[in-house]
Design a protein around this ligand. Sequence first.
Ligand code: ZN
Length: 449
Amino acid sequence: MCKKINFILVLGVISIIVIITAVSLLFFTTLMPAAESDGTTPVAQTSITKAAGTGHLAQNSPESNSAPNGKSNPAKETARKAFISEAEILIKDTHYIKASLLLGKALMDFPEDKEISVLNDKAENLEKQLIIYKGKIYHVFFHSLIVYPELCFTGDSMEQGYNDWMTTVREFKLMIQEMYERGYTLVDLRDLFKIDASGKMVRQDIYLPEGQKPLVISVDDMSYYKYMEKDGFAKKLVLDKAGKLASLINTPRGDEIISKDGDVVPILNNFIEEYPDFSFKGAKGTLALTGYEGILGYRTNHNNPDWQKERDAVVPIVDKLKETGWAFASHSYTHRRTFSEGTITLDYLKYDTDKWMNEVGSIVGTTNIYIAPFGATFRQNDARQRYIVSRGFNVYCGVGPQPSYILYKDNAYMERLDLDGYKMFHMPELMKDLFDVDKVFDPARPGFK
Ligand SMILES: [Zn+2]
């Protein structure tokens, strides 16, 4: 009798252990992939990884063969629901391409699932059904990004200028993430204005998937000027081992490295690879180039004895930029202060434009975009404005606080908003449609005067 009771007790204990083990296993199967995230992944991405991960784990378990739709398997059903709810959030946020990619992955795990395929059709249709956008068009611009604030903000005579007119890598990444989450998508400046059949400048309609808002980006002075060399910026745009655009940088320790986080171009290219909805039909930005110290970190200026060698080296970079959706603009050859003072003579402007055409335009190709140095403007009937238009530059960009443009008879004027320290500190309200300055502002900046 006593032995019998002992036997029942032992059996009971074993059963409890088996049940606890089974429950723990199920628990970890559901949560482990989320725990693998490194914590730096954006929110949407984390949940996608989790959903996809649970899907695969469930599929690899032996039970999955007997329950292809997953509905009779709790772990698999959790994964299926995670896919669906994540995709619904992406669709609500106008991220149709991203939703479709996720649902495509889900259909590999749940090939017969009707709910997933209906949702996938919905995402694909929303992406294809374009409507005319009627709202404001923001054109924002940057200079080369500050990679190492500790090398840039050193209390020397350059500090205040950098603090005012530059943006850090950290800020830029937070800005594009938030603009993406708010439904902005990059459009190509070259598609906005056209001369119509009667010779008049008109704005082209912008067609976008429902709910998305256009954003134009430009980057000024991407020359990596010599004066910036030791101040924590990249020094050249290069191709990495995989043939992708990257930045050549000197680290604070003095090592030369190739980085994908060194400036606007590689950061944006990589971001759009991950979040394709941030670009409409592959549009990126416009690079506003001067020529007096060459372009993109290559000293292609003809007063450099090695300019031909430098030119040969930059051609593949320019080709790659074009291939990945980037456009070019003239930012004048000399960037002379007389532009901002309004005292530049017509003769000097002719000399400057010829130099740009000869030394920069000959490498990057023809462009109709003039991004004025210092945002300087001329009156429409001013001989200097007439000259710029006569040289084929019929889209003229300045600097201004509002997202606006003006159509003149034979050219268009567009204002651009600088997303830099000065504007973030003094006029954060100008960016409230785009992002929350408090979340973006880099604490590594020194105080403002
Ligand atoms: Zn400039």
